[in-house]
Design a protein around this ligand. Structure first.
Ligand SMILES: Nc1ncnc2c1ncn2[C@@H]1O[C@H](COP(=O)(O)OP(=O)(O)O)[C@@H](O)[C@H]1O
Ligand SMILES: [Mg+2]
Length: 270
């Protein structure tokens, strides 16, 4: 709607996890570096946590682009699968088919695949997004999957990505063995006030507006205060504010428009 008005090629503040918009704040850069290091040095289990909208999925997608050809990756984004459905989806992502759709046959096929890939020195990576929703039993099955370890290396690298509840779930006594095998842990903190401003300019630039869009006094402070530095909330406010400014025929986004956008968002979420 407002693309031409601001000289944009695409919408800068969609809430999809599009890695082409990635802004490397210190937190996101570190998360990415830890993940890459953990996978390349075969740490076994890796844990990434962060609040809703902190950028976990976006970082994982950026990670996929960084991993080289020696990795085979499956990325599970759906959190509402039963254990059987999850195992089936993992097989499908690796392009495998089991003889029968039973847990035992599917796990056997997965094990065969892991041993075969090990011989080829392929690093098999499994990313489980929204892992805080997985049942403890499912997490145990996943640990068993990776259990066949050779002397030196782990058969599979498993990245558990989730909201802060994931950490609590992993603290369960039934998951002691899994927890002990987590080699890398990283919590993605919200953006600082300084980063909020840079983040907004970055996304506008990536969306094709090379001259940038001006924001009036107090706007960035207000957005930081409202969003507490959570990228998803920053996007919601900015998208609204660009639309509202456009409707008013203003090329500069002013504080009153930011306030109005926040009131609208809050009104909808009640
Ligand atoms: N570092 C970042 N750079 C650019 N956009 C980001 C960044 N972190 C988060 N976002 C954006 O914020 C929104 C929520 O991010 P997402 O990765 O889906 O969060 P999470 O998976 O933690 O809930 C998405 O639109 C995403 O593109
Ligand atoms: Mg996510």
């Amino acid at each position: 709607m407002y693309l031409d008005f601001y000289g944009l090629k695409e919408y800068p503040f969609n809430v999809t996890s599009d890695p082409s918009f990635l802004y490397l704040s210190d937190q996101h850069r570190e998360a990415l570096a830890y993940l890459q290091y953990g996978i390349e040095s075969r740490k076994g289990f890796l844990e990434i946590t962060g609040e809703i909208g902190a950028g976990k999925t976006t970082v994982c997608k950026a990670l996929l682009a960084k991993l080289d050809g020696s990795c085979r990756t499956a990325f599970m984004l759906h959190s509402d699968l039963s254990e059987l459905q999850l195992i089936e989806a993992i097989l499908e992502d690796y392009g495998l088919t089991a003889r029968r759709r039973t847990k035992i046959d599917m796990l056997r096929e997965l094990n065969r695949f892991l041993l075969e890939e090990l011989q080829h020195h392929t690093n098999v990576v499994l990313i489980l997004d929204e892992a805080q929703t997985l049942k403890i039993k499912t997490l145990e099955t996943i640990r068993l999957l990776s259990n066949l370890e050779t002397d030196k290396e782990k058969l599979m690298q498993i990245v558990l990505v989730g909201q802060p509840e994931l950490r609590k779930k992993l603290a369960s006594p039934r998951l002691t063995q899994l927890r002990q095998r987590i080699g890398i842990r990283y919590h993605i903190n919200p953006l600082t006030a300084h980063d909020v401003q840079k983040y907004i300019h970055h996304r506008i630039h990536v969306a094709g507006c090379s001259t940038g869009i001006d924001f009036g006094p107090g706007c960035f402070e207000r957005i930081h205060h409202y969003s507490a530095g959570v990228p998803r909330l920053i996007n919601l406010v900015c998208d609204r504010a660009l639309l509202a400014s456009y409707v008013k025929g203003r090329s500069v986004v002013e504080l009153d428009v930011i306030e109005q956008s926040i009131i609208e968002i809050e009104g909808e979420s009640v």
